[in-house]
Design a protein around this ligand. Structure first.
Ligand code: HEM
Length: 558
């Protein structure tokens, strides 16, 4: 039996800091100031789960009374850097909640927020988000668009402008009709990836044929998978990242995305407009990376435009040349409801600006999935059994196969509970609300902190354990009925939730499905080949199991 060992990193550096602000170490509790009496509009049910820290005899406490982590934002920022909290933001949030209770205020550099973690508070926050929900703006990105006079996409827009673009994008990437169209493209990439891994073990693995083993760090491969899959759906083109020598253009694009992501966190907390004015290297590197990402999108748009012109010349429909779906970009261009500038802005954001979302966020949860399946062989076996049965019954239809394997969906949900990629989901309520019996004025930036939520014993039974089945059992359903359903928020919520959610979920599920079912696929082939191979004693096998090795590596056996 061959095996491929996969080194899986710890949680450090595995999630991005863009959705959150940093708690800091020197904690202080606030001194009571004004107590706002009486009920506030929208405050119904705000006290929910968790212990109310303030409020006596139904009185609502003032905003100033919310426990906080230090009033001076610049002092906090320095402490933050000194203690290297940027890399462990989720842990610091968890510690701060443990110390200060289920709500606290934070001021770091130029950023102020209120942080919460209980589902009942989160539900109250989302009930007050209004028709045009507003998140924390990633100012360095917005400034890049403004200084280069480029249009913004949905990620950076707000208000009616955001809503108009978003409704059009939903039709192309969120609605089930759209999922049906792009699923075969994702399936093709996932299947190629699985084959590429098998070939690699064959080629580079150690040991006897039929028992090869290979140890690799899967992150670059998973990153390439995520990028290849997203490009295929968005541009309808394969960019060839699985080949042994990816094109220079693709390599430059990957470099630019990495550079843009790496230079974002420091600029978030610093006065980046000042850095821009003085031509500081942090700003120049950030803007240059974005310029490159935009020119990559421009080149793709030109190519799709040429392809469309030539296929229209031949009388074919652009978005579905010869009945075949050719990607989101073609669809948007063909429909012509968005200007070319807006298409470019939105496609660029979907591609790279879907934040460290789009391209690499699916790679990180996939890595953790391999890790958890590796150290939970029983769970792995249940997932595998379900996938195999479903795959066999689906007759090659990937959508049917996914629908028949709810444990696969539960696996991804469970991974994102334990290892959320975005640290927080933020909203600015459009009216005053009451959270944990504190008054929160309209327009306050409130962060729902996903890591402490996912690991809370008040919210999840045995939260440290990996149980994909918890999302389908009746007890969890019962909890939802009681109104505490705001527990799975990795993709955000409501009208402003992640627009790439369907792409990401299906991309991840298909990859795990192909890795798990390749044994079953190959078994069919094996049966045919066995007779021939018997003479040579060669026996082919697919992936057999993902297991943990003694040194903490996840290992895919073939
Ligand atoms: C595991 C994968 C992913 C996770 C966990 C994730 C998470 C998120 C979260 C938490 C938000 C904010 C939602 C809110 O405020 O309610 C978001 C927004 C967004 N994501 Fe994702 N994302 C993922 C994959 C993707 C992919 C693959 C794309 C692009 C194809 C993408 C594009 C975007 C865009 C454009 C927005 C802004 C939407 C808007 O403001 O209307 N994401 N994502």
């Amino acid at each position: 039996m061959r095996s491929m060992s996969i080194r899986v990193p710890g949680t450090r550096g595995s999630r991005h800091a863009f959705f959150g602000v940093a708690p800091q170490k020197a904690l202080s509790t606030s001194v009571a100031e004004t107590v706002v009496e009486g009920k506030l509009e929208g405050g119904k049910g705000a006290q929910g789960a968790g212990v109310s820290k303030g409020g006596v005899d139904g009185r609502v406490r003032s905003f100033q009374e919310i426990p906080h982590t230090g009033k001076n934002g610049w002092v906090n920022l320095v402490k933050f850097w000194r203690q290297d909290y940027f890399g462990q933001l989720h842990k610091h949030m968890e510690r701060t909640f443990n110390t200060l209770g289920p709500i606290y205020r934070e001021h770091v550099g130029t950023h102020k927020s209120v942080n919460i973690m209980m589902p009942s508070d989160i539900s109250e926050l989302f009930r007050s988000e209004g028709l045009h929900p507003q998140r924390m703006t990633l100012q360095p990105w917005a400034t890049h668009r403004e200084t280069r006079q480029l249009s913004k996409g949905v990620f950076l827009k707000n208000g009616e402008e955001w809503r108009a673009d978003r409704l059009l994008l939903n039709k192309e990437v969120m609605m089930s009709s759209a999922v049906k169209r792009f699923l075969p493209l994702l399936d093709e990439v996932a299947s190629d990836f699985s084959r590429m891994l098998q070939a690699r073990v064959e080629r580079e693995g150690r040991g006897k044929k039929g028992k090869r083993s290979l140890t690799i760090d899967p992150s670059p491969d998973l990153f390439r998978f995520a990028l290849e899959a997203s490009c295929h759906v968005l541009y309808g083109e394969r960019i060839g990242l699985f080949s042994s020598s990816p094109s220079l253009e693709s390599q430059k694009f990957i470099w630019a995305v990495e550079q843009m992501l790496a230079t974002t966190p420091p600029l978030l907390y610093l006065p980046h407009r000042l850095l821009l004015r003085i031509g500081a290297p942090q700003w120049t590197q950030h803007a240059t990376a974005w310029d490159h990402i935009f020119s990559h999108a421009e080149a793709r748009i030109q190519r799709v435009y040429q392809r469309m012109s030539s296929s229209q010349g031949r009388g074919a429909e652009a978005g579905a040349a010869g009945g075949q779906y050719t990607g989101v970009l073609s669809q948007l261009m063909e429909k012509g409801q968005l200007s070319l500038d807006l298409i470019k802005a939105n496609i660029t954001e979907l591609m790279a600006g879907g934040v460290d979302t789009c391209v690499c966020v699916t790679a990180v949860p996939l890595q953790f999935t391999l890790f958890e399946l590796g150290r939970n062989p029983e769970v792995q076996e249940s997932v595998r059994q379900q996938v195999r049965t479903s795959w066999a019954e689906a007759g090659g239809d990937p959508q049917k196969a996914l629908q028949g394997a709810p444990l696969l969906k539960g696996t991804i949900k469970e991974i994102l509970r334990l290892y959320p990629v975005g640290i927080t989901v933020q909203r600015m309520p459009i009216k005053d609300i009451v959270l944990q019996n504190y008054h929160i004025p309209a327009g306050t930036m409130v962060h729902a902190c996903l890591y402490p939520l996912g690991r809370s014993t008040e919210v999840f039974e045995n939260p440290q354990s990996f149980q994909p089945g918890r999302w389908s059992n009746s007890r969890e359903e019962g909890q939802r009925a009681e109104g505490s359903g705001f527990r799975s928020l990795a993709f955000g919520f409501g009208a402003r939730q992640c627009v790439g959610r369907r792409i990401a979920e299906n991309e991840m599920q298909l990859l795990i499905m192909h890795v798990s079912s390749s044994k079953q696929e190959k078994e069919e082939r094996k049966r045919e080949e066995e007779e021939e191979d018997e003479e040579d004693g060669i026996r082919e096998k697919g992936y057999d199991a993902i297991r943990m090795e003694r040194d903490g590596k996840a290992c895919v056996e073939l």
